[in-house]
Design a protein around this ligand. Sequence first.
Ligand code: SF4
Ligand code: SF4
Length: 339
Amino acid sequence: MEALFYERTGKDAVCRLCRRFCRIPPGGTGFCRVRKNESGRLEVLNYGRVAAASVDPVEKKPFFHFAPGSLAFSICSVGCNFSCGYCCNWNLSREWTDFGEEMSPEDVVNAALSSGSQGISYTYTEPTVFFEFASDCAKLARKSGLYNTFVTNGYASEEAVSAASGFLDAAVIDFKAAADPEFYRKHAGVRGAGEIFRTLEIFFEKGVFVEVTNLVIPRLGDDRRRFEVFCKRISDISPEIPLHVLRYFPSYRFSLPPTPEKTILEFVEIARKAGLKYVYPGNLPSGLDTVCGCGRVLIKRVGLPAVSVELKCPECGFEPPVKGRKWIPKNLLKTGGIK
Ligand code: SF4
Ligand code: SF4
């Protein structure tokens, strides 16, 4: 299938899907290895190929303020425009051996519906590099009443982010090391993270609900001062954007020990002091509930999934920012209080 977002320059194709803007000679592929110049026409190699599919609680993405308690049929294709040395899904993002199962957008939507999921998440690798397939699935999913979400590194071009805003309900934007450009250069293979804030702003302005993660890696990405500045920048967009402070575990080429739990809890406090109202520790077993300012638990999460949701505090009347309400399973909604 012919790619979206590219232009021809002589015999080369310049891909404009992500901010790498690869200039691809005839017969060559871009950095992600899933877009190929075939005689001047840019072809998508991974269209309709699903490398992984699973039914996950939406909280695993992680979404804590979007459709809590719902199930997200989660899919990916192979490929990524980053080369993170700590990638948990490196066998799909960088070193895949085959393209995966053939599925049409109809197959994906039917599988999502028959699994009992309330929506679809394009995740695990980088959805930008299977944009055309995600877009076709999403348009069909929306007609079937399902939601659509991206879990993304945020490096898509402005043009692609704007187009994605037309079919997405929510997005998680993943940052690493509080957007340290040096970290991005050395460990993700990209020139910096400044433009990722622009992705966040575009989604926010266009009404796509956003949550943010930040991966804290010991020694390489745990600068407190930088993290405080990062949180203030998110808070300037909106203090209500939920932030997940993710604990790192060794994976792929990284053998550093896991981030100490106390570091994650310390970072959660820094984020709160910087003005963010909804901050959660990621990859820790506790501290996952959404708690009202008056102290009442409004969204209770056990393990990870929400098990009980109150959209209005019965003690003080406060309503937490929760989007995608129509997809919250009715049996989780409480009006009489969470025990
Ligand atoms: S999506 Fe990004 S990495 Fe892939 S070919 Fe296009 S510009 Fe290059
Ligand atoms: S952006 Fe995500 S999927 Fe891509 S290499 Fe990095 S961690 Fe892996």
